[in-house]
Ligand binder design. Structure first.
Ligand code: HEM
Length: 491
């Protein structure tokens, strides 16, 4: 085992040999040119390479310390047991300080963060999410009807459904399509934030003094324009719900509850507004990506698909769609969802917005010294590979007595910063996936080879792909149409 202590770390960082950096591994020490490797990490990070280097990989360069944690046991030790050190977020100068994004996911650990979590938890805790079952099932039913009518646009229908769910819960809104102004604004905002958080996008994130550059400097002008879009996205829907509350026409939603609670203190209103808006940013692409990964996996694994369909046929029957309350009785479908989250977790290391942490103080782990303000990434992808034959899509691995770690314990994060939306997300994904399985057969397009490839964006999902989606029978077509007439949301 490599002895990696604070003296050694300081020597490697401050010593004469400033052109080299240290990667630490449990098995060996490796040196590589600091700038090349660090820049390499910034622009083309390769999480497979990081995992191959061992349990912990430490990079230092351009004034930044970065630690990548590659195993579940170390992630649990650091992020869960030492939550008081590992629950901060990095300081996002461009997005946070200059664009004014005040979202819970980017906040340092502390009182303000706790207040934001409290607000969203009111709508997203295990008991509260039951109130959204019907809405989620209705929105899944609309998605299935839309896929039946335009199966070539399945990707759009999935994205629209994920967006509709959070807009409905947040603001009581039923978005008609992807051109809905709330969706367009939110998508633009997410693109802005995603691009701005890509390391290297704004030099002020690396050299923070640059944040004081005058307003005519091009990056400051760009930030000003971005801030206008972000503010409109965050405030407009909340203002609209306020109007509806005054007119007595507001639908039940998190915003409606907060507004009717009647605290008009500007600071509290600011907090409420940002807390509600965090649902879209954190909950749409992640949910849609998981369902896309499922569709891809089904096209590639016909035997798994058949087994899940036959479980649904046996348990639910053929006269109704599955509901969220069927979940406990469908163990194979549940295992399939876990396998989807494991096979390709949406938040993986190559996307910096796997939302890293920042150490609140110096720490040591084994023989390793971890300085204060180190940016720490839990390598969710590496953890998802801690099982035999990890590239094989096999839900059965979760049904035996030697099942690997449950992806619900890492794909949604760990410790105090664990995903606030996990219970809602589980239900959304189940409603969408079980509905698709009950209704359609998914296969590769005849004559085309389907190769799984995934985007390297901040929320990683399958690259656009085509597949054949056909209804399972004429009885299923009737059921899809009948269920769509029973939808009460948006009517
Ligand atoms: C399949 C869907 C989803 C996945 C895979 C997912 C995954 C994650 C992950 C990995 C994190 C980082 C946690 C950490 O730092 O340890 C996170 C944070 C977060 N997620 Fe999710 N998420 C999903 C859906 C949702 C939904 C539906 C919502 C809300 C409606 C949501 C709200 C949040 C929020 C607010 C945070 C920030 C928590 C904090 O920093 O305190 N997520 N999510």
């Amino acid at each position: 085992m490599l002895k990696y202590n604070s003296t050694y770390c300081k020597r490697s960082v401050r010593g004469k040999n400033r052109t080299r950096d240290l990667a630490i591994s449990q098995n060996r020490t490796e040196y590589f040119p600091r700038t090349v490797r660090y820049v390499d990490y910034l622009f083309t990070p390769n999480w497979i390479e990081f995992q191959a280097k061992g349990d912990l990989v430490y990079l230092h360069g351009l004034g930044n310390s970065v630690l990548i944690v590659n195993s579940l046991s170390s992630v649990q030790e650091l992020f869960e047991k030492r939550w008081n050190i590992y629950s901060h977020r990095p300081i996002f100068t461009a997005v946070g300080e200059l664009m004014g994004v005040d979202q819970v996911a980017l906040m340092p650990y502390g009182e303000e963060w706790r207040e934001h979590r409290k607000i969203t938890y009111a709508a997203l805790n295990p008991r509260a999410v039951k109130a959204w079952h019907r809405a989620q099932e209705d929105l899944a039913a609309i998605m299935i009807k839309d896929i039946l009518e335009r199966s070539d646009e399945f990707s759009r229908h999935i994205r629209l459904t994920a967006s509709r769910i959070v807009l409905y819960i947040g603001y009581g809104v039923f978005a008609s399509d992807m051109e809905d102004p709330y969706i367009e604004d939110n998508e633009e905002t997410m693109d802005i934030i995603g691009r701005a958080m890509t390391p290297g996008a704004f030099l002020c994130d690396l050299i923070s003094i640059l944040k004081y550059s005058p307003s005519w400097v091009p990056f400051q002008r760009q930030i000003k324009k971005s801030k206008e879009v972000i503010d409109r996205t965050v405030y407009q829907p909340y203002i609209d719900v306020k109007d509806q509350v005054e007119r007595g026409t507001a639908s039940p939603s998190l915003a409606t509850n907060l507004i009717t609670a009647g605290d008009s203190d500007p600071e509290i209103e600011h907090r409420n507004t940002w807390a509600v808006s965090s649902l879209y940013g954190a909950g749409t692409k992640t949910t849609a990506s998981t369902v896309h990964t499922f569709v891809l996996a089904m096209a590639l694994n016909p035997a798994v698909q058949k087994q899940a369909q036959s479980e649904i046929d046996n348990v639910v029957g053929t006269n109704r769609m599955p509901t969220i309350s069927d979940m406990p009785n469908l163990p194979y479908v549940r295992a399939l969802i876990k396998e989807t989250l494991r096979w390709h977790p949406t938040r993986i290391i190559q996307s910096k917005i796997t939302i890293p942490r920042r150490t609140a103080q110096d720490d040591s782990y084994g023989n390793y010294f971890i300085p204060k303000n180190t940016i720490v990434f839990p390598n969710i992808w590496a953890i998802s590979r801690e099982t035999p034959d990890p590239e094989n899509f096999d839900p059965d691995r979760f049904l035996g007595s030697d099942a690997p770690a449950d992806p619900f314990n890492y794909a949604f994060g760990v410790g105090r910063r664990i995903c606030t939306g996990v219970y809602l997300a589980e239900n959304s994904v189940f409603a969408m996936i079980s509905g698709i399985l009950a209704s359609f057969d998914i296969a590769p397009v005849a004559g085309m080879t389907l190769v799984p490839k995934f985007t390297q964006k901040h929320v990683s999902s399958p690259e656009p792909f085509e597949c054949s989606i056909t209804s399972r029978s004429s009885g299923r077509v009737e059921l899809i149409a009948r269920r769509a007439t029973e939808v009460i949301i948006g009517t």
